[in-house]
Design a protein around this ligand. Structure first.
Ligand code: SAH
Ligand code: SF4
Ligand code: F3S
Length: 433
């Protein structure tokens, strides 16, 4: 049968979709990107903000029409499924299966039930679940790959739903990770991104090796040219990890280090566990060890209790650090979280106004940084044809900037040197040399 997967949310979810696709392919099904020709539709959901939830429910409205018109099997997986199975059963009685964040390895059983016309639901929370060990392999022409190293989160930031939908932290044994990366290298993969909600906590409290030691081991694997990881929590960013940026030639000069707010008062309410001066100190150490490191971050505006003064402190941090990019969000109240009980709410209008302003400030900084690249020769890993123009190739620098340039198909999958001729807000234009 042909299956179609729609994915919402973070890289963890994207990778979970790849894992499910792998298990289905192994069982003789084929993937399609055309919903109209699919026999199975899987929606892998995210509940981090209300907007993601709304998008999911509006998609489900459209899927119901497809279900009514022809008998497709529809399944819901991921974070909304984990959290709201009763609501889903109630609001979407036409769906065939529900799988949680620890049970995606049961996708084959779920489809078999669907074929028989029976409902399947399993959202058992199991830290060391087999889903942590699925290794999607032989994805055609793969240049980059995600590798799960840990799952879950113990931090309980007061706004965040993730600890409730992904459970407690659990790390995958280093031996299993190293084996997977070796086989990815043999498959031709050049770049790996290590995934975890909080990679700095990798193997905390176990006898297995630390995260910096894992990076050192992976750096030795022939064929792998680039190593990245997401996400780091500032409070757990150790000096040993910072030093890796100066020592390991394959570790890309880029770190995603969410700060969430520039105000100590708000950071405390968010339960983040660091102050802004501690954050700035870590960034300075990173820059000392690796002067050209690119720093990106996540940030929330309009958190309950955020006053004009707090927002100004966030803007001060942004202009002081000059981030290479920021993913910024208006605070979204999430059921079950501690912040949902906070009373000093910021109005939606004020939050959106602050968000718009912050984004305009950051856009100028990103543009300035991209313009500063003009004239430089940068190493680009060529990922494929550009979506915007058929004649262009697209790839990324080690700093994770997108570069578009003219070149032949034979360059896809290779590391090439490109001279940057123009810097834009979201990408760079280059010339192959
Ligand atoms: N584990 C990662 C990512 C978590 S979710 C980390 O700790 O950094 C990704 C981002 O979504 C967060 O960094 C935060 O900026 C944002 N986010 C999480 N909950 C949110 C909420 N309730 N409202 C708005 N943004 C939120
Ligand atoms: Fe959410 Fe905080 Fe955990 Fe990140 S560290 S997943 S923001 S609770
Ligand atoms: Fe969303 Fe779940 Fe990721 S809530 S951000 S898909 S961990």
């Amino acid at each position: 049968m042909k299956f179609f997967i729609e994915t919402f949310g973070c890289q963890m979810n994207e990778h979970d979709s790849e894992k499910m696709a792998h298990l289905l392919r192994v069982n003789g099904h084929t993937q399609t990107d055309q919903i109209k020709e699919s026999d199975i539709i899987i929606v892998n959901t995210c509940s981090v903000r209300q907007k993601a939830e709304q998008k999911f429910f509006s998609l489900m409205g459209r899927l119901k029409k497809i279900k009514d018109a022809r008998g497709v099997i529809i399944g819901v997986t991921g974070c909304i499924a984990q959290q709201e199975k009763e609501v889903l059963k109630d609001r979407l009685p036409y769906i065939d299966f529900i799988l949680g964040t620890s049970t995606i390895h049961k996708i084959k059983d779920a489809i078999e039930y669907g074929e028989k016309g029976s409902f399947f639901c399993d959202v058992t929370e199991n830290g060391c679940s087999p889903s942590l060990f699925i290794k999607p392999w032989c994805i055609e022409n793969r240049i980059k790959a995600y590798v799960t190293i840990m799952k879950g989160c113990n931090n309980f930031c007061s706004y965040c739903i993730v600890p409730y939908v992904r459970g407690r932290e659990i790390s995958r044994p280093s031996k299993d990770i190293i084996e997977e990366v070796k086989s990815l290298a043999q498959e031709g993969v050049k770049e790996i991104t290590l995934l975890g909600q909080n990679v700095n906590s990798y193997n905390k409290g176990t006898d297995d090796i630390s995260f910096p030691a894992l990076l050192r081991a992976l750096n030795k694997i022939d064929g792998i040219e680039r190593i990245r990881f997401v996400t780091s929590h500032p409070k757990d960013l150790s000096d040993e990890l910072i030093d890796c940026f100066g020592e390991l030639n394959k570790l890309c000069e880029h770190i995603h280090l969410p700060f969430q707010s520039g105000s100590d008062k708000i950071l405390k309410l968010m339960n983040r566990g660091y102050t802004i001066s501690e954050y700035v100190e870590k960034v300075e150490r990173l820059k000392k060890v690796c002067s050209k490191i690119a720093i990106t971050a996540d940030c929330i505006v309009g958190f309950p209790g955020e006053e004009e003064e707090d927002f100004k402190e966030t803007l001060n941090l942004i202009t002081h650090i000059e981030f290479d990019g920021i993913f910024s969000f208006a605070y979204s109240k999430r059921k079950y979280t501690k912040a949902a009980l906070f009373l000093e709410e910021v109005s939606r209008d004020v939050a959106l106004e602050r968000l718009k302003y912050l984004q305009s400030v950051q856009k100028q900084i990103t543009l300035k940084k991209n313009k500063a690249m003009e004239g430089r020769i940068l190493e680009v890993l060529v990922e494929g044809k550009s979506k915007g123009s058929k004649d262009d190739l697209t790839g990324r620098t080690r700093h994770n900037r997108i570069v578009n340039f003219k070149g032949g198909d034979d360059m896809i999958g290779r590391l090439v040197d490109v001279k940057i001729i123009k810097g834009y807000a979201n990408s760079l234009r280059g010339e192959w040399i």
